[in-house]
Design a protein around this ligand. Structure first.
Ligand SMILES: Nc1ncnc2c1ncn2[C@@H]1O[C@H](COP(=O)(O)OP(=O)(O)O)[C@@H](O)[C@H]1O
Ligand SMILES: N[C@@H](CC(=O)OP(=O)(O)O)C(=O)O
Length: 439
């Protein structure tokens, strides 16, 4: 069986971490294809190399001096090289980066160098072949990931290579210009490589012992989910469980390749298996809970809107015309609410409001900002009655005012809207009622 192993930034933040990673790779001969991220945080106040690169490039782009920041980045890599005792110099790579920054090669080019350089070090350290992702991962002229072209070229290339390192996070546009996935996108590269080599398993190594029922920054020592389906995981990762990029599911899903989330700091822990289907019953009614802050609810009222054919389409058309994607649309007989990301909406607020006035002539339009959305997810919820009732009771008990509740038709998730300031209390209340009280 072939395994693809992706290591996140925290797993590759220092020479010490590289040593742990190398021991993990070399302990299992089937770990043949390695996808590294850029060096992440070594301690909580540290800065990820990717963020340093963005910062450095924004100086370069505005014609300011960027050599100091670039030197700090180079120092981080040199510290790793030195700590590993390698005879490797990145001088020529850094010279090229400096030239490309001066020539304004683009923000994505800048960010991608984090993974590129880490890949070179990793390949050198473990003796695997280095493959520049720009030669094997492709985007189309519209900037969308080109799955077909990538799969053809990547699988052909890897068929001839026993063991390789392919840096995560980036690829190339048809004209060769570097483009990255969205933040956290090395997870997607790992999944693409797993599909291309028809891997038996995609291991995703991070700094926690698996996918946890809730965010460990909110809940102390949450339990690990031992098995979760792709669908459940996508709901949770989309809603803020950042351990795996929400789009990392797609490439492996069709092939049914399981993903195993593992901990670089505790390699003996089994972690979480992410699978297509399972008959394993989840331990609790909910599989997990996750959420995000920073939403606005636009609440539109108009008597008899239910009989006005095309009302919803006209309202959503206004958001579309302004390039704003909507998150949720709960509706009543005379009310229609649209939840959108606050940061996307704020700058376009007045244009959207006048657009709505003109499109549907509402009786009133109300705005409520600083809202959070929480997803309670679980394949077990389908078979359990009263889940929404229990959530309501727990939130009322915790003094959390519920602004919105929306149950997906798949009965796999329930979305709850609360105020930003109630977000943590709401997650705690839901975790407690389903996991600690174990109903
Ligand atoms: N439900 C969850 N389960 C596990 N980790 C979570 C969850 N929600 C948020 N996290 C956070 O995700 C982090 C791991 O993701 P990330 O920082 O992207 O790791 P990496 O650098 O390995 O890619 C954890 O350290 C944890 O703080
Ligand atoms: N380095 C990129 C891509 C990535 O996936 O990183 P990580 O595996 O550390 O989340 C980022 O910070 O977004």
């Amino acid at each position: 069986m072939k395994k693809v192993v992706k290591f996140g930034g925290t797993s590759l933040a220092s020479a010490e971490q590289f040593k742990k990673v190398s021991a993990i790779i070399l302990a299992d001969d089937s770990r043949r294809y390695v996808v590294p991220s850029a060096p992440g945080k070594r301690f909580s106040e540290d800065t990820k190399v990717t963020d340093m690169l963005y910062q450095c490039y924004s100086l370069a782009e505005s014609g300011k001096v960027f050599s100091d920041v670039l030197k700090k980045i180079k120092d981080r890599y040199n510290e790793i090289i030195k700590g590993l005792g390698l005879k490797l110099s990145l001088d020529s790579e850094f010279k090229t980066i400096e030239e490309e920054f001066t020539n304004k090669a683009g923000k994505d080019y800048a960010a991608s160098r984090g993974e590129y350089l880490n890949g070179i070090i990793m390949a050198n350290y473990i003796g695997y072949e280095f493959i520049d992702a720009k030669e094997v991962i492709f985007f189309d002229e519209n900037g969308n990931f080109d799955a077909e072209k990538t799969n053809t070229i990547l699988s052909e290339r890897l068929a001839k290579i026993e063991k390789a390192v392919i840096p995560g996070f980036y690829g190339a546009l048809p004209d060769g210009i570097i483009k990255t996935f969205s933040r956290g996108g090395s997870d997607i590269t790992g999944s693409i490589v797993a599909k291309a080599v028809k891997a038996g398993l995609y291991e995703n190594w991070t700094d926690v012992s698996g996918f946890l029922i809730a965010d460990p920054r909110i809940i102390k020592d949450p339990e690990v989910i031992s098995t979760i389906t792709y669908k459940e995981l996508r709901e949770l990762s989309y809603m803020g469980a950042t351990v795996l990029h929400e789009d990392a599911i797609f490439p492996v899903r069709k092939e049914g390749i399981p993903i195993n989330i593992r901990n670089t700091g505790a390699p003996d822990d089994m972690g979480t298996m992410i699978v297509k289907n399972t008959c394993l019953k989840p331990k609790y009614t909910i599989t997990g809970v996750a959420g995000k802050k920073g939403f606005v609810a636009i609440n539109i009222e108009k008597d008899m809107m239910n009989s006005e054919i095309g009302f919803g389409r006209k309202v959503l058309g206004v958001f579309e015309d302004n390039g704003i994607s909507f998150e949720h649309v709960p509706s009543g007989i005379d009310t229609f609410t649209v939840f959108v990301h606050q940061d996307e909406f704020e700058a376009k607020e007045q244009r959207v409001l006048s657009g709505i006035e003109q499109a549907v002539h509402p009786d009133s339009v109300d705005l409520e900002s600083d809202l959070a959305l929480i997803a309670v997810v679980g394949r077990g919820m389908r078979a359990t009655r009263g889940t929404a009732g229990r959530i309501f009771a727990a939130l009322a008990h915790a003094n959390v005012n519920v602004k919105m509740i929306d149950q997906g038709s798949s009965e796999l998730n329930i979305i709850i809207g609360v105020r930003n300031c109630d977000f943590e209390a709401a997650i705690k209340a839901i975790y407690d009622i389903f996991v600690l009280v174990q109903i």
